[in-house]
Ligand binder design. Structure first.
Ligand SMILES: C[S@@+](CC[C@H](N)C(=O)[O-])C[C@H]1O[C@@H](n2cnc3c(N)ncnc32)[C@H](O)[C@@H]1O
Length: 217
């Protein structure tokens, strides 16, 4: 490619990043801008065809980044699964009015058409997903229960639905306070030849199926 075109493309990417950072600045959440942009890029340009599922939406920050990527590329909607009761690590204040705030944020950002709010536990949502035809998933973002058992359960419940080149993102990998996430992901990468380590963006760990599906016991 022409070097000037390459320079222009890089500058354009940075400009999109800056615009989105300032847009989503008003949405409260637990996600860095780089992590959000990595999700945006995966939503926009990620491989394969299939559904996009998020476990753990909170007030919608990660949902906005993903949905904006889907909108930019005119791709699928994101199914945003959360019981909207908050997690153990959240204060009472942080757990207040989660669903209402989530819906308001998605609406204010003009992303209603790209988000399917799903007020349900991950366990109930996956059961419903199977009842509704078990549509294959191309991108799965796990940011719900951060305990070792919780991350493992979410992964095992949803990963069997991934397409062949399916991508899984885990949030809070190598984050202080969430050793269970790191332990589960490290064990998965060591014990399974089916997943390849794609990248880290701050505390976002991205892995991809390189050899069919896998269940971790
Ligand atoms: C760390 S927050 C998610 C942060 C969000 N992704 C963001 O960008 O700010 C974790 C969320 O997971 C939800 N959650 C925890 N366990 C869950 C479960 N078993 N099923 C569904 N949602 C769950 C909580 O209600 C909480 O909103």
């Amino acid at each position: 490619m022409n070097p000037m075109q390459t320079i222009y493309n890089h500058a354009k990417t940075v400009s999109i990043f800056q615009q989105l950072c300032s847009r989503f600045n008003s949405v409260q959440g637990f996600l860095s801008q780089l992590e959000g942009f990595a999700l945006y890029l995966l939503a926009t340009m990620g491989p394969g065809q299939g559904e996009v599922v998020e476990i753990g939406s909170y007030k919608g920050l990660s949902t906005c980044w993903i949905a904006e990527g889907l909108k930019a590329s005119n791709r699928e909607q994101v199914t945003a699964v959360d019981h909207f009761e908050g997690s153990d690590e959240h204060s009472d204040e942080e757990k207040k009015d989660l669903l209402e705030i989530f819906l308001a944020n998605i609406s204010e950002q003009g992303l209603n058409d790209y988000v399917i709010p799903t007020k349900m536990s991950s366990e109930n949502a996956v059961q419903k997903w199977h009842e509704n035809g078990a549509k294959p998933i191309r991108l799965l973002f796990i940011d719900g229960d951060h305990s070792y058992e919780g991350v493992k359960k979410d992964f095992n419940l949803w990963s069997e639905l991934l397409i062949e080149s399916g991508i899984v993102c885990f949030h809070d990998y190598q984050s202080k306070g969430y050793p269970g996430v790191t332990r589960f992901v490290d064990e998965l990468l060591v014990h399974s030849s089916r997943y390849g380590d794609v990248m880290n963006a701050n505390a976002l760990k991205v892995i991809q199926i390189i050899n069919g599906n896998h269940h971790v016991d």
